[in-house]
Design a protein around this ligand. Structure first.
Ligand code: SAM
Length: 251
């Protein structure tokens, strides 16, 4: 089954109304800011937002000093929303599991936020990003860490400074996840929206192998795919790995 066949439908539905509610979560805003900060945009930067979704990172990058920013995604619904939101972004339909419609060495900077975990063949994605990034160009990649807990994102949103235990094991059952969503939001409409987001995320993660990495595994993988000067940190309430890397020689 190709990538487009198996989960694109879920992303399409997710995009139509739900996805941008993530913007209400302070850890998601922290993640957007951390990725853009790590990209070290300069006024010569030509940037690709790979798997741009509804354009939340693209929009922040457009507002930075970059010369140009292009967002690509294979979900038409995601791209439609991105275009509505960010008129000055350049958005294109492209599948990150195929050869991208750009010549070698096209971009000084690539950001790829929360996409790697969700593709069938992460190596294909990284090798294509390696091809289209310029020599010494900068990659910023965020992806959920192995053992990530959505409950800890909700805990951070609530600014709960207590122990983690009451927020753990979100993934054990839909009921447990709902319990934590009820604990997070007072507003009934938001509770419904986040319960629906949880259903979409479960469908997406069940429909494919999800690729999650320990920090060292992600570093080794980026190195294997030709990147150097790799640094791994955390963002999104510590539930995402945040990697920065530079294009090295072909490995
Ligand atoms: C969790 S969203 C992240 C969106 C955005 N980067 C953000 O941080 O808000 C994952 C995005 O990856 C896109 N995606 C997944 N697989 C893809 C593929 N093979 N080619 C292009 N886009 C893909 C989905 O359509 C979705 O928009």
């Amino acid at each position: 089954m190709t990538d487009t066949q198996n989960t694109n439908v879920n992303w399409e539905e997710y995009a139509s109304v739900l996805y941008d509610h993530l913007c209400l979560l302070t850890p998601y805003q922290e993640y957007l800011n951390d990725v853009v900060h790590a990209a070290e945009i300069q006024n010569q930067s030509v940037v690709l937002d790979a798997g741009c979704g509804t354009g939340n990172l693209t929009q922040k990058l457009v507002n930075s000093s970059a010369v140009s920013v292009c967002g690509i995604d294979y979900s038409h619904a995601m791209l439609r929303r991105a275009k509505q939101k960010c008129a000055s972004g350049d958005f294109k339909h492209a599948n990150l599991q195929e050869k991208l419609p750009f010549p070698d060495d096209s971009y000084t900077t690539i950001v790829c936020g929360n996409v790697l975990y969700a593709v069938n063949h992460p190596e294909l994605l990284l090798r294509e990003l390696w091809r289209v990034i310029a020599p010494c160009g900068r990659l910023v990649l965020a992806t959920p860490k192995k053992g990530y807990e959505n409950g800890l994102i909700l805990k951070a949103h609530c600014r709960d400074t207590g122990t983690d235990a009451p927020w753990l094991n979100t993934h054990t059952s839909p009921e447990r996840e709902q319990e934590l969503i009820y604990k997070t939001f007072d507003d009934q409409k938001l509770i419904e929206v986040f319960c629906e987001i949880a259903v979409h995320n479960r469908t997406i993660s069940k429909s494919r192998a999800t690729h999650l990495y320990e920090p060292q595994e992600l570093e080794d993988f980026l190195h294997y795919c030709g990147f150097t000067d790799i640094k791994i940190g955390f963002t999104y309430a510590q539930q995402n790995l945040l990697a920065t890397a530079v294009k090295g020689p072909l490995s």
